[in-house]
Ligand binder design. Structure first.
Ligand code: FES
Length: 142
């Protein structure tokens, strides 16, 4: 049985849009670190990426939750305006042109967008700057 971690419901991510989350992940040494991710949607397809720009490694959203360019067509990094495809995470313009966001496989389970195979930790006790960006992480079974 694969343990799934529900991030949110599919209806909570609008079509042609993106939504960010800050999860708590356990590293190989057992330490808990913040793990900002984002979920994008094109039609009924959902894509997960680490929220880390391949240029300098920081979050794309310099303003929390703002991921899209002015026209709302592409992911954009608020630092130096690199732009990325919503579905592939490929950077087609900007200082990291030709690179891509790190993809995170998602599983859609009964209307929920889920992660599998990731050692997530409870976020209790973490100092989260942006509490609105932290989802309730539920464990569901298959
Ligand atoms: S850090 Fe994202 S474009 Fe420079």
């Amino acid at each position: 049985m694969t343990e799934l971690f529900a991030i949110c419901s599919t209806w909570e991510v609008d079509d042609a849009s993106a939504r960010g989350f800050v999860l708590a992940k356990r590293d190989e040494a057992g330490a808990i670190t913040r793990w900002p991710i984002l979920v994008t949607r094109k039609g009924n397809n959902f894509y997960g990426f680490e929220n880390a720009c391949p240029h300098e490694g920081g979050r794309l959203d310099t303003v929390p939750g703002e991921f899209l360019d002015e026209d709302g067509n592409f992911l954009t990094c608020g630092r130096h305006n690199a732009q990325f495809d919503l579905d592939t995470g490929h950077c087609f313009i900007g200082p990291c042109q030709g690179k891509a966001l790190t993809a995170i496989p998602l599983i859609i389970d009964d209307g929920d967008i889920c992660l599998a195979g990731v050692d997530l930790a409870d976020e209790d006790g973490m100092d989260i700057d942006d509490p609105n960006a932290v989802p309730e992480v539920m464990i569901t079974g298959d």
